[in-house]
Design a protein around this ligand. Structure first.
Ligand SMILES: [Zn+2]
Ligand SMILES: [Zn+2]
Length: 222
């Protein structure tokens, strides 16, 4: 069931993008700000206490590794996991580099999903705007429909796959704390970047600020 929901988040994003007009994309920024704040809050409220149950400096090292991994991935994805795509290819071949970097990110974020936290919800909320923006880019850039659907289908499979592996393979279970710490680093970087980019030129925007505060309170309460 969880796997299906994670997959559907991308499908929903694609269908919204089909009917979206360029002007309406601006409304996405409020949704994006909400999703970033919600993901950051779940990370801080639930994931951090989980890995620091027995505090050690090595956990901090894994968190830093996650942050660095995400920075590295964004050299190739150009920020697609936090809400914008810059791809300039004339030939409209399959964008392998974008695909691989986004898939590594999506695969990793599936690992810490469990019954004990609300990460499933946070990732679904995080994925929908990202999928909308990604799909919208593919559609407007004139990629073939088969290319777009192939890309999104396998991208959508990555998070459920990560989640499936972490729950079903004992080998991975041994390294649960380390992997979760790395994913915390990934989330810290992605979510704070979303928040940073959502206040362009540090201009105050009441709607976005409200969305952020509501997200933090909701994440605290659930
Ligand atoms: Zn960016
Ligand atoms: Zn993500």
């Amino acid at each position: 069931m969880n796997y299906l929901l994670l997959f559907l988040a991308v499908a929903v994003g694609y269908f919204i993008a089909l009917f979206l007009k360029k002007k309406e994309l601006r409304n996405m920024e409020v949704f994006l700000a909400f999703s970033g704040a919600f993901l950051l809050s779940i990370t801080v409220f639930e994931l951090l206490p989980e890995v620091f149950e027995t505090p050690s400096k090595s956990i901090g090292v894994y968190i830093m590794l996650g942050i660095l991994l995400q920075i590295f991935l964004e050299f190739f994805s150009k920020g697609a996991e936090h809400g914008h795509v810059h791809l300039h290819s004339e030939n409209k071949h399959f964008p392998w580099i974008l695909f691989v970097s986004l898939s590594v990110h999506a695969f990793m974020e599936g690992f810490p999903i469990s019954e004990e936290n609300n990460l499933l919800l946070a990732i679904i909320i995080h994925k929908i705007p990202v999928a909308i923006i990604l799909s919208f880019f593919f559609i407007t850039a004139g990629y073939r429909k088969s290319t777009t659907l192939f890309f999104l289908f396998f991208f959508a499979l990555m998070t459920p796959l990560g989640s499936f592996i972490s729950t079903n393979y004992n080998f991975v279970h041994q390294y649960e704390t380390q992997i979760t710490a790395m994913v915390i680093g990934i989330f810290l970087h992605v979510s704070t970047t979303i928040l940073f980019e959502s206040s362009k030129n540090h201009k105050f925007n009441l709607t976005k600020m409200t969305a952020v505060i509501v997200a933090v309170i909701l994440a605290y309460l659930i």
